[in-house]
Design a protein around this ligand. Sequence first.
Ligand SMILES: [Zn+2]
Length: 352
Amino acid sequence: MSNLEDLKADVTRLLSEAKDAQAVEQIRIRFLGRKGVIAEHFSRMGDLSPEERRATGAALNDLKICCEKKIKEAADRFASGRSRGDAIDVTLPGRPAHAGLTHPINETLRDICQTFRLAGFDVADGPEIETDWYNFEALNVPADHPARDMHDTFYVKMEEDGGRREKAGEYLLRTHTSPVQIHVMEKQKPPVRIIAPGRVYRRDDDPTHSPVFHQVEGLWVEEGVTLRDLKGLLEYFLKMLFGESVRARFRPSFFPFTEPSLEVDMSCVICGGEDHSAHCRTCKATGWLEVLGAGMVHPNVFRAAGHNPSKVTGLAFGMGVERMAMIRYGIDDIRLFFENDVRFLSQLSGGT
Ligand SMILES: [Zn+2]
């Protein structure tokens, strides 16, 4: 009987060593053929007593079935390999698995949010389909305001909405994240300290613009908040994101929703600033990069959101995330971020 167990082990071992279908066939003939090892055992049963014959016969049958099964499995394995024109070479190394990477835009967005969270800001959210009121009117941009020309707006035609019966054509894809300011102030009494990251949409498509891009809006409303807080906050932010050596520059500007308004530049991180900027393409040899728009919340914006502008002050700022990522990674074509070429993306992403 132990002899039969050895036979089974032999078949298993030989099959595992078989390199092709031919080798498997040879094993089949050797063990299951008409003059094979198992047939020989059957033929020798005549010498045994009736009891021994019964036991050995059963054991031999089991062995035969078991071998047939194993040999068929091995033959099938090679048959499926052969149907593709080659046998499976189990000695080849496996295909490497590629780990996913965080998209550079998401990585930048995450770091921006984290920097403001550390300064006590909450993350707020708002709809991407907006009304004219939230996107323009409430932000002190009336219908005939020239600032609307800069926002080449996508309008959205909506079906009449059952119960609410909104008029068709009143909706648009938000052109900036600033409407979140209004949504938040409507719901929350000061103090308010939020940032609102998200997608925005404009009819633009060239090397530095994409029809969909990301902004981060910031709003801090509290009694006694001043322009000095704004400058301190943004300087902190730029140093956190781009390093301690970065300097900030504030220039007077104009936005309908802030008064006064500032444009914020940072010293060029590629060439190191004015003194070395002669050949820098990133800052166009000026030594400075325009990175943020900011200002003190306009009284009309407070009124639109239901706040008394003589009681509270606030500061607001906004930035383009793609712009930040382009500076961070030294990229001069925004479209590279959206083509999702893994070779490009994997060069930039460091995190997971
Ligand atoms: Zn430069």
